[in-house]
Design a protein around this ligand. Structure first.
Ligand code: C2E
Ligand code: CA
Ligand code: CA
Length: 506
């Protein structure tokens, strides 16, 4: 985990440092350009004095005053139409020549400005000259101590271990010692012959990594939480695996019943038996989790037997309420292939004449049977059909129960999956899909149940399309046995959809 965090952290830092330093370099150039622009604005008024032919004795106090006020210019000299500085803020009258190469740069610059390198006469320190002029080449030359620009850059990069140098034309201004650097980055100004170069040493990288240590911690703790969460799921799964085998004895399973309503007269035709697992510590576990688990552990037959027992008991104990009402039981794919399971059911049909009338099987099929499995399925379906058992095709249209499957055997009922109902009334093409499914069912002499009906609008459309049976929260959610019996007692044979009845949709 630590090494993975370090790898992710290194990739992050590599990518991020490159972006960060590029940004800082460009920002440094921009800030120096702004500082020079500001200095030009602060000193511009002097150009008028030069044009007005003021003598040096008149000009010098103004130059000193401007130097005093300026943030960057520490010495100012002026020239008029030629490269001779005739007056300066420090010495008054002078006759200093500006190099012709520098003067050429001013002439050819679109904004008539440039930077140059100089070494101050007294301190012999490297300095920067900022020179600009108007269109008549009356101009100003200013000495800017490099530390002013260094301060600007330091304020932006805010990192002591990043060495940099400023280059004006081809001269290094700071001459920093950067021999042991690993990599450098160069940033150029578009306006001035100005370059900033960052030198990255081992120290720079270490200090950068340290400043981003919180990222490493975040990565580490995120990975740790993912790992712990995954472990929790694995442990939960393992504990589910071990507890499902005892859950039946511990009476943690319960069968719920959801009504299936005839759409023409709203009478209750039957119900679907849906299994519920109430785990003592993990609470309610949805069937989509525990059914596949039971299938994997070879426990599904016991569970299905339990559901069938409960369904049969319902008819035995409440014959008046359950009269002419079937209970449909979901049969897992594994059991469709099992001869033992089928023979057991046939035995029930023989022993209890009403079994085949009272119980129906819902089957979902995805067609990926091997040849020998397919032979078993054919045999089992044939036997069940001959015994009078009604077989429903579940989840039709989802890609699991396909057309081939439906055509192969005689199924009693087609259960159309709830995905076709969800947007009914909002997606016009759904009506056509349903119409073709209904035509198919009619041609195969099958009844149709549409699942997942939740609204009056959906019900109205389905009734208009001629759907036989409806199952969905609109009538009731799946109910535990006592509530299911109440429901049957209250509604009798005819189901009214009124808001009061939604009390069953708990
Ligand atoms: P299924 O066979 O398609 O069952 C219908 C599912 O749709 C049920 O979910 C039911 O509660 C839900 N449902 C019914 N009406 C509506 C509605 O109007 N809106 C919405 N959103 N849902 C509705 P449940 O009970 O969670 O069961 C899920 C799946 O678990 C079942 O899907 C079935 O495949 C499986 N299952 C449940 N009990 C058993 C069982 O005893 N044996 C086997 N093999 N599978 C079972
Ligand atoms: Ca079902
Ligand atoms: Ca279904």
């Amino acid at each position: 985990m630590i090494s993975l965090s370090l790898i992710i952290f290194s990739i992050f830092c590599l990518y991020n440092s490159e972006r960060l330093f590029t940004h800082l370099g460009k920002q440094s150039i921009a800030d120096i350009e702004n500082a020079l622009e500001q200095t030009r604005t602060e000193t511009k008024h002097i150009l008028n004095l030069i044009s007005a032919d003021q003598s040096c004795s008149q000009l010098a106090p103004e130059l000193r005053q401007t130097v005093f006020m300026s943030d960057y210019a520490k010495e100012i000299g002026v020239f008029k139409g030629s490269p001779t500085i005739y007056c300066t803020s420090t010495e008054g009258y002078s006759q200093v020549q500006i190099y012709s190469t520098i003067f050429d740069r001013i002439i050819h610059s679109p904004t008539h400005e440039t930077l140059a390198f100089t070494r101050t006469a007294i301190t012999k320190q490297n300095s920067i000259l900022y020179i600009y002029s108007d269109n008549q080449f009356n101009g100003i030359s200013m000495v800017i101590p490099p530390r002013y620009l260094t301060r600007l850059i330091n304020g932006i990069i805010n990192q002591e271990d990043l060495i940099f140098d400023i280059k004006v034309y081809q001269y290094h201004i700071l001459g920093q010692n950067h021999q042991d650097y690993i990599k450098s980055m160069v940033f150029n100004s578009d306006i001035f012959p100005l370059q900033i170069e960052f030198f990255f040493t081992v120290k720079t990288y270490i200090s950068y990594l340290l400043s981003k240590i919180w990222v490493l911690l975040c990565i580490y703790f995120s990975l740790l939480s993912c790992y712990l969460y995954k472990r929790k799921i694995v442990i939960q799964k393992k504990s589910l695996e071990s507890s499902i085998l005892h859950a039946l004895e511990a009476k943690q399973f319960e069968v719920y019943f959801q009504p299936i309503v005839k759409s023409s007269d709203r009478s209750v035709a039957g119900c679907e038996a849906l299994l519920r697992w109430n785990h003592p510590t993990q609470g309610f576990i949805p069937p989509n989790i525990f059914i596949p688990l039971a299938e994997r552990l070879g426990f599904i037959e016991q569970l299905t037997d339990f559901v069938i027992d409960q369904a049969t008991a319902l008819h035995e104990h409440y014959p008046h309420l359950m009269q002419n009402k079937y209970v449909s039981v979901n049969i897992a794919r594994e059991l469709i292939c099992s001869t033992e399971f089928t023979d057991k059911i046939i035995g029930r049909c023989i022993n209890h004449s009403s079994f085949a009338k009272n119980i129906a099987f819902e089957i979902t099929e995805n067609g990926d049977f091997s040849d020998s499995e397919q032979n078993m399925v054919n045999r089992n379906f044939r036997l069940l059909s001959h015994s009078g058992m009604r077989l429903f095709v579940d989840d039709f249209g989802t890609g699991y129960s396909g057309l081939n499957f439906v055509r192969q055997f005689h199924f009693d009922t087609l259960k159309i999956d709830q995905v076709f109902v969800k947007n009914l009334g909002h997606e016009p093409h759904l009506n056509n899909v349903l119409i073709s499914m209904l035509q198919l069912a009619e041609s195969l002499k099958m009844r149709v149940i549409v699942e997942g009906v939740e609204t009056q609008e959906q019900l109205a459309i389905l009734q208009q399309l001629g759907v036989d049976y409806i199952q969905g929260y609109l009538f009731s959610k799946p109910l535990p046995q006592p509530l299911w019996l109440d429901y049957l007692a209250q509604h009798g044979d005819v189901q009214q959809v009124a808001s009061s009845e939604l009390a069953y949709s708990h």
